[in-house]
Design a protein around this ligand. Sequence first.
Ligand SMILES: [Zn+2]
Length: 256
Amino acid sequence: MHPACMALKGAGLESRCFPSRAWLIETSRGLHLWDTGYATHFKDAARGIYRLYPLVTPVHLDAQAALVEQLRREGLHGRDLQSIVISHFHADHMAGLKDFPTPRIVCSGEAWDSVQGLSGLRALRRAFLPGLVPADTQSRLQFVESLPQRALPAELSPFALGADLDGSGEVLIVPLPGHAIGHLGAFVRLEQGWLLIASDAAWAKESYEALRGPSELSFLIQHRRSAYYRTLHSLHALHARGIPVMLTHEAPEQAP
Ligand SMILES: [Zn+2]
């Protein structure tokens, strides 16, 4: 829950629900998770000074809605996943990592480096809760910078290159700078065409449709305003060309 105007300028102070999505992606090579959403580990990690996180952004999680439970109901387990991609290390995107002890963890090296040694208020300012990182993460990491780059089709410009997640060419990861250091999105090729998982590059559809940004206050926790707006303009161009854009926190009635 968060005041509506944090996500969208002029949207008012009323508290609104922002779901925290994750995506299960199936390619011809295997299954991948894009982010993990919240998980029961969040409660344990949000103790002491880290209690400030849920004070500012109250979190409601039904244990049955945790991703690991949703997947179990579909007959899927951590061992069935080839990788978990973490778009960035904000708690609402990686709180479930400890529920999946085996898959490789894909993220940007920049994002990983930016949270090393972070604790206390400095961590909180980056929405990072150190207790959510599994102890063996280092040995399971694969940085997106080390994946092979492929050219993207012209319809996806201004994006030109994407990192191939599993060699299938069906998930091509791109940097979406501005929101957080090393923040990632991905073009996913479906039968009906490409779509972009844009993670937190915007918090509401109206942002990239009408180029209406979030509250200026939000840039206290977002990384870089100038890069954020450059990314927003890129999303705007894709949208104008009919490429679907999917956001982690868009309102449920808006999700494609
Ligand atoms: Zn975020």
